[in-house]
Design a binder for this molecule. Structure first.
Ligand code: PDD
Length: 301
């Protein structure tokens, strides 16, 4: 079963994976989630993803049924059952439902719901890495830290969906959202980095953005490799002035950006620092999971 859905501990094929229309995740986006992946069939940085899931849930006063240990067990069981060479993982927890009720009050929710989707990992078009992608600065601002704090990875992604839509209308692959003060925050599902004179610059968390797992893992890799890294308040002018720009996420890894709102970045080709970091990132990811194919991996990838 390459696409497998685990709902509260039970496996379903995708066409039979349903949840209640009264589930608060469906009604209100009242849930939290993580997207992770495997390398060589083994989950990558799962502990960090689970820790962030817990932080998100805590910010919403939402219990995780069975706790993180139970959840990790279900994730590993699902991966084993799916038997994919490599998997995409979506781990969701909602506040649950009370059949027949539509009520914002969290006190009226029943038990939480856990959904784990496991799919064969689909690689991005190799051109994204060989040539870079186009991003667009959009007018839609990122939700403020004091409204729906972007550090909470909740199931409510409408802010990001609207911003991505605006970018796609401009023919771009990803958006860059400013905050209310005009400082750059992040993309719809990625963090952003600039390279200027060999040093890395990225929006600081105080600007209001998700503390990406890839972002912080890359801090470690870049520091080891001797790069200087600064978390800063960055303006669109800084992005246009950068020698290199790249975006990061668990799925995109380190993806070069070749243009921002139609303006070419550097010479329009993926820069040397970005390429170096992508290579180091993949090498570290492979090492982190154990460096070789898992014994259960049928494809031996
Ligand atoms: N998104 N910012 C936002 C808003 C995100 O949704 C994501 C990840 C990131 C990068 O975070 P990380 O490095 O932890 O993957 C930044 C995932 C991939 C998703 O929504 O599928």
């Amino acid at each position: 079963m390459p696409v497998l859905v685990n709902i509260n501990g039970e496996f379903f094929p995708p066409e039979e994976a349903y949840v209640s229309v009264f589930d608060r995740g469906f009604l209100f986006g009242d849930g939290v989630y993580e997207t992770a992946r495997t390398y060589f069939g083994r989950p990558f940085l799962l502990d960090r993803h689970l820790a962030r899931l817990q932080r998100s849930a805590d910010r919403l006063w939402m219990p995780i049924p069975g706790g993180l240990h139970g959840l990790e067990h279900e994730i590993r069981r699902s991966l084993e059952a799916a038997r994919n060479a490599d998997s995409y993982l979506r781990i969701m927890v909602t506040r649950g439902s009370r059949p027949g009720f539509v009520n914002l009050d969290a006190a009226t929710a029943g038990d939480g719901l856990i959904v784990i989707i496991v799919r064969p990992l689909e690689a991005f078009d190799p051109a994204c890495y060989a040539e870079g992608v186009d991003v667009a600065l959009v007018g839609v601002t990122r939700t403020g830290k004091r409204s729906l704090d972007p550090k909470i990875k909740s199931g409510n992604y409408l802010n990001n969906i609207i911003a991505l839509h605006e970018a796609r209308r401009q023919g771009a692959f990803e958006c860059l959202m400013p905050n209310q003060d005009g400082y750059i925050t992040e993309g719809s599902t990625s963090n952003v980095f600039l390279v200027k004179r060999g040093a890395l610059r990225t929006p600081s968390l105080e600007c209001g953005l998700l503390d990406g797992i890839t972002r912080s893992f890359l801090f470690e890799i870049a520091a080891e490799a001797g790069y200087r890294i600064r978390e800063e308040k960055l303006l669109p002018a800084d992005v246009f002035d950068a020698d290199e720009v790249f975006i990061t996420s668990s799925l995109k890894e380190v993806m070069p950006v070749r243009s921002v709102s139609g303006r070419q970045v550097g010479d329009g080709r993926p820069g040397a620092v970005t390429r170096d970091l992508l290579e180091r990132y993949r090498a570290r990811a492979h090492r982190e999971v154990g460096g070789e194919a898992a014994p259960t991996d049928p494809a031996g990838a």
